[in-house]
Design a protein around this ligand. Structure first.
Ligand code: GLC
Length: 750
């Protein structure tokens, strides 16, 4: 039974109190010599000096609870290992009560009573689940993204957790890869800003507070470039590409103060990330000065044997501790082999001490030595989890993450005079799918489905009926007739189509990224009735919905919206929120175009609209080059006009002004996007790159003059020698509501 905090002053706390008493009495004499930091360092030195080699290695061991399996889990008795001092951190235990029990074993039943760090994949909410990160990124609303992380931190830190394996900042240009759902899309500039927002949200400005948690930027590095979009596959890219596109979001998270970093499963051009000394020591520590701790991904140390760079787990452990990974997630490689490696003289104990120092420091910064139970706050659990304010924020985030892809003849918003609404499709009333992948402690039973959201919104004045029509991924069409019949009897039809939540996220690559099963056939049959119809998409990646785009009057992309999905989507469908989302990943016409992304190179034989029939150009025989929907694309219920673009170089600044007018009949938010093309370089440059955006509300009939300011540093890029420099010359500035439809101005910048 847990003793009260007062009674349970454990050894470490007594030690800490005596130590600080001595420090304070000491500091009275030597004020100038003792700083807060040296208190911390001195404490860590003192503690490490007390630790046996086994206890040190125990701190580097992260084990997974059987609460939630995210890999090849071998059942272990966690509490036994904890009591033996063999556990420094645990992932996947969820609840203050359970965590308190395990923490008690660590603090009160081990020799030094070092508290355990409890972590979980809290990547789009803890109990209140927000849209998947790819969806959130489409809001282009950094404050909102930060707020979702803040709420996740408040909720999870009440329930025992102090560490999240987020943000996932892997840039990716390949929608076959299921984990695009977890990131911020294909653009590096946006990826950096989103990474910072998550770190600010989780960590706040005081990691020792009891309602902030430590973030963990992942997966270092370039996991999103897995060949063929196949999960865990080989990454083979130039260092130039690595520095220009894949590394910056990690650097952004580190500059924002992220407390930890997770290595990736993949190799990078022959060297697995987890044993990559250049990546983890030369770049991460020496060049970037990262002072947090590093953790492997789930058994990624052991997997060096499969990679073929380690003959056995002992050699894998040796390679990885030398490369600079501090903590071993679920592999027990460190636990089983580091002591022997020290005894054999293959590694020094000092190497282990360096890793232990960073882990202990992280725990100290979180305040775990002051109060190991600070995050197990049953009182806060009652008031700080899924409260009205948090649910309202979730609902708003759903609406802001939606992207209106098509809206012929103002099919949407649905008129409030509609008397009967048919929701047809397998995603129309599915609670579990609304939470998407990595649902942390989210509860499907508390998710609002599309049908429920529509009933909440319109149920008092319209009949709302749902019919499945078909399964997500099944050839059975026997439900079509009934569904078509329901459509015929209704004033408005919503087709709720897409993927299951588990069809994206980890271990969820797809070779065909179209609508699964017979959903296209169902859509065709229902749309043929001629009823006003809108497709509502639920998916974790760009889909090749070319056929659907041809026949559907309206398409609303909603991703997996989380706990408040149905309510937020209903707000958009009825126009209570005018959709403002913009795609952060290109939607291909076909999977054959992949990888396809907006900031591509021009090539030596770009297609030439004036010579459409000339054969010898960079194009396909069977498809246009352009995507179905480009990066940055998203419609509104109103329309916006761009004009009056001016670009002036004034000293160190490049000042861009543009007039944006709301030419429609509804107030609306617009994400005004700024792109720049560097026409001539000493190396080839993308046809355009996002260099700024502003999300602004413009009332109907009104205009806004927006200004952007760039510097030459903003236009610098990496060179083959890996220096980053600006090159003067001719540029083109583009401004618009997406990456394709823009106004532009050429400018010389010296
Ligand atoms: C997984 C994932 C990683 C996650 C970890 C812990 O395999 O790759 O993103 O944080 O295991 O669940």
């Amino acid at each position: 039974m847990f003793k009260s905090r007062k009674q349970s002053l454990n050894k470490i706390q007594i030690f800490f109190l005596i130590f600080f008493f001595l420090e304070i009495s000491n500091s009275c004499k030597q004020k100038s010599e003792v700083s807060t930091n040296s208190n911390g360092d001195a404490f860590i030195d003192e503690l490490i000096g007390q630790m046996t080699l086994e206890e040190k290695i125990g701190q580097l061991n992260l084990v997974a609870s059987s609460d939630f399996i995210t890999g090849d889990f071998s059942a272990t008795d966690i509490s036994k290992k904890v009591r033996e001092g063999k556990v420094g951190a645990i992932l996947n235990i969820r609840s203050a009560e359970r965590i308190r029990t395990v923490q008690q074993a660590a603090v009160e039943e081990t020799r030094l009573g070092i508290p355990i760090l409890f972590g979980l994949d809290i990547i789009h909410g803890y109990k209140t689940i927000f849209p998947i990160p790819l969806g959130l990124s489409c809001s282009f609303d950094l404050d909102m993204i930060e707020k979702t992380a803040r709420i996740a931190a408040v909720e999870s830190s009440a329930d025992g957790l102090a560490w999240t394996y987020s943000p996932m900042v892997d840039v990716s240009r390949d929608p076959r890869w299921g984990r695009v759902a977890e990131g911020a899309g294909e653009d590096t500039y946006l990826g950096c800003l989103v990474a910072e927002a998550y770190v600010r949200g989780y960590q706040g400005d005081d990691q020792s507070a009891n309602n902030t948690i430590m973030a963990c930027v992942k997966h270092f590095a370039a996991y999103g470039d897995a060949e063929a979009g196949r999960e865990y596959n080989t990454v083979d890219i130039s260092k130039l590409t690595l520095f220009e596109y894949y590394l910056p979001p990690f650097k952004a998270a580190i500059d924002a103060g992220v407390g930890s970093l997770m290595t990736a499963f993949n190799e990078i051009s022959g060297v697995p990330a987890t044993s990559n000394k250049w990546l983890l020591r030369d770049l991460l520590r020496e060049q970037w000065g990262f002072d947090g701790f590093t953790v492997s991904d789930y058994t990624s140390i052991n997997e060096l044997e499969n990679h073929g760079v380690a003959a056995d787990t002992s050699q894998a452990a040796e390679l990885v501790i030398k490369a600079g990974v501090d903590m071993d997630m679920q592999g027990s490689a460190y636990l089983h082999y580091l002591k022997q490696l020290v005894e054999e003289g293959k590694i020094t104990e000092d190497l282990i001490d360096q890793a232990v120092r960073r882990v202990i420091e992280a725990k100290m910064k979180l305040g775990l030595f002051d109060d190991p139970y600070k995050y197990c706050d049953e009182e806060r659990v009652k008031i700080d989890i899924m409260n009205a304010e948090q649910l309202a924020a979730a609902r708003e985030s759903v609406a802001k993450s939606c992207v209106l892809l098509k809206n012929q003849n103002h099919t949407l918003p649905i008129s409030k005079d509609v008397k009967s609404i048919a929701i047809i499709g397998p995603l129309g009333n599915s609670k579990k799918d609304m939470l998407g992948n990595w649902m942390a402690a989210g509860e499907p039973k508390k998710a609002v489905t599309l049908m429920e959201g529509m009933i909440n919104k319109a149920g008092s004045c319209a009949s709302v009926k749902w019919m499945e029509g078909c399964k997500v991924n099944d050839p059975d069409k026997s439900g079509f007739a009934e569904a078509v019949n329901l459509a015929r009897q209704s004033d408005f039809v919503i087709l709720a189509l897409g993927e299951h939540g588990w069809m994206s996220g980890e271990a969820a690559s797809r070779t065909d990224i179209g609508l699964p099963g017979v959903q296209n056939n169902l859509a065709e049959a229902v749309i043929k009735t001629g009823k006003p119809t809108a497709v509502v998409l639920f998916n974790g990646r760009p889909l090749t919905i070319t056929k659907l785009d041809e026949i559907a009057p309206a398409i609303l992309e909603t991703w997996f919206g989380g706990t408040q999905a149905g309510n937020g989507i209903a707000d958009v469908l009825f126009g209570d929120y005018n959709p403002s989302g913009k795609l952060t990943m290109t939607f291909p016409r076909s999977v054959g175009q992949v990888p396809i992304y907006y900031n591509h190179k021009n090539t030596g034989r770009p297609i030439n609209p004036e010579r459409p029939d000339f054969k010898y150009l960079s194009k396909y025989l069977d498809s246009p080059n352009d995507p179905l929907y480009p990066f940055g694309y998203g419609l509104s219920y109103t329309t916006f006009k761009y004009d009056g673009l001016s670009v002036e170089v004034e000293g160190d600044q490049i000042n861009i002004r543009v007039k944006v007018s709301n030419t429609g009949d509804m107030d609306g938010e617009e994400v005004v996007q700024l792109y720049v093309q560097d026409n001539i370089g000493t190396i080839t440059r993308p046809v355009k790159e996002l260099k700024g955006f502003q999300k602004v509300m413009i009332k109907k009939g009104e205009s806004r003059i927006l200004t952007f300011t760039l510097t030459r540093d903003d236009l610098a890029f990496y060179h083959p020698d890996l220096t980053k420099n600006f090159e003067p010359g001719e540029f083109v500035v583009y401004v618009g509501g997406n990456s394709k439809d823009t106004v532009s101005e050429k400018i010389i910048i010296e």
